[in-house]
Design a protein around this ligand. Structure first.
Ligand SMILES: Nc1nc2c(ncn2[C@@H]2O[C@H](COP(=O)(O)OP(=O)(O)OP(=O)(O)O)[C@@H](O)[C@H]2O)c(=O)[nH]1
Ligand SMILES: [Mg+2]
Length: 423
């Protein structure tokens, strides 16, 4: 019994002593409570969404070759034994589904240098490559803006900067003509390059609309994505992507893009730079607000309707959205489009919807005679994202468009990017 208890007593004594030492103010030195952070890390706000960055990529330098002559017992001049240097590492961009933003990339990304050669013909170690994981759908451009690579699928990679080759040691230069070469190479410098990395969200459908049109509410209604929803403009500041899951396990990605306003191309509101996320969408979903002009009793208490969009008819809303798209990329408004009139549950929404349908039909007849600049969707879907009206029909229509484009895209092949590969 005694034998069993003794060590326990000893342990208790030790622990109380330790507690005393750590708690005593006068006996202990002041220690840093927080661990030291690397410089610059604190400036990077965790979770901040970055979809464009310019950075310099530097391949690692090759290790130097060794210049050495060996001397062993009984053989003073044993010959050259300088080993080769190791190769420098490459900087490689790699597409990964685990990464959602480019916020982790720094403005200078450098691979490690190769290790220099050693005596006794020992070869220096090759440096490990520096892999920079980027989200799927990232485009890498050179400094002058030409596309170098497009990493669309999981595991696609692109060697942005190659590491320098290791230098040869003097053992390499040993020949019958020269038995004692007093020459060794320096390792080559790695490639240095300025690259622009752009994230172009890979969604099948992109939702375009004025602020407060109900894009985020709609995304919440059709997918599991949970973007913030509020009764004031510019609630969504970054694109959100939601997946619609169909019964046959087919998945369709829909992107909620921040609201556009008239004059966004002049940098009003949030500007139009985030339209890069719809550049690659199969189809644009225009979300029009049936509530514009309608006096919301909730808004009267303080929140005011955005002045730039108030008093616009539904047709004007569509025209203005298409104009902004054209300003960003000529021809973008010609993409297949789906027209949604949201908030059908509001009073007077039905008459506004009928008015829009009539106007579109009228425009369609006019277009047959004269060539119009913008193509207009013919069919309008009246939905209410909040009250879940018309969502079933919308999901069906999205699937029909997706299937149609999927069949077409299977025939056409993508351009193969430079220096990319699949793992
Ligand atoms: N009555 C009604 N209100 C809706 C409907 N859909 C959205 N809303 C309301 O409209 C307001 C704006 O909705 P959001 O989904 O945040 O609009 P948004 O287009 O994402 O706005 P931004 O993020 O600012 O571009 C919220 O108060 C929603 O509750 C609808 O179908 N009916
Ligand atoms: Mg939103």
């Amino acid at each position: 019994m005694l034998k069993f208890f003794k060590p326990v007593t000893w342990y208790l004594e030790q622990s109380t002593l330790q507690e005393f030492i750590t708690r005593c103010y006068f006996c202990t030195k002041i220690k840093h409570v927080k661990p030291k952070k690397a410089k610059g890390v604190s400036l990077r706000k965790k979770g901040h969404f970055v979809d464009y960055i310019e950075l310099e990529v530097c391949g690692g330098k090759g290790g130097n070759g060794m210049l050495s002559f060996s001397s062993i017992p009984h053989k003073e001049w044993a010959g050259p034994d300088g080993g080769d240097g190791g190769h420098g590492g490459h900087v490689i961009f790699k597409a990964s589904h685990n990464i959602k933003s480019l916020s982790h990339l720094k403005t200078l990304e450098k691979a490690d240098n190769g290790v220099s050669g050693k005596t006794k013909e020992r070869v220096g170690k090759n440096a490990d490559h520096r892999y920079l994981e980027v989200p799927k759908g990232t485009v890498i451009k050179s400094g002058n803006g030409s596309i170098l690579a497009s990493l669309d699928k999981e595991g696609d990679f692109f060697i942005a900067a190659r590491g320098g080759a290791g230098g040869k040691g003097n053992h390499f230069f040993l020949s019958n003509e020269n038995r004692a070469p007093a020459v060794a190479e320096l390792g080559a410098e790695g490639q240095v390059r300025l690259v622009k990395v752009e994230l172009k969200t890979m969604a099948h459908f992109g939702m375009i609309g004025f602020p407060n049109a109900g894009k985020s509410t709609l995304l919440r209604a059709i997918s599991r994505a949970r973007p913030a929803v509020s009764a004031y403009p510019f609630t969504t500041l970054n694109p959100h992507v939601g997946m619609i899951l169909y019964d046959d396990h087919e998945q369709i990605a829909v992107a909620d893009i921040p609201g556009l306003i008239p004059g966004a191309h002049l940098n009003r509101g949030l500007g139009i730079s985030f339209l890069r996320h719809v550049e690659r969408c199969l189809c644009l979903v225009y979300v029009l607000d049936l509530g514009i002009g309608w006096q919301n009793p909730e808004q009267q208490q303080g929140q005011q309707e955005l002045r730039l969009t108030s008093g616009l008819s539904l047709f004007d809303q569509l025209k203005k959205l298409q104009y902004e798209l054209e300003q960003y990329l000529p021809g973008l408004s010609q993409r297949p489009g789906l027209l949604l009139a949201n908030k059908v549950d509001l009073p007077g929404a039905d008459s506004r919807l009928r008015e829009l349908q009539a106007k579109l039909e009228e425009e369609q007849i006019d277009k047959e005679g004269s060539k119009s600049k913008h193509s207009l969707p013919i069919k309008v879907f009246g939905v209410s994202a909040k009250k879940m009206i018309g969502i079933e029909e919308l999901l069906h229509e999205l699937r029909v468009i997706y299937d149609k484009h999927n069949i077409l895209s299977q025939d056409s092949q993508h351009e193969s990017p430079v220096e990319t590969g699949k793992r």
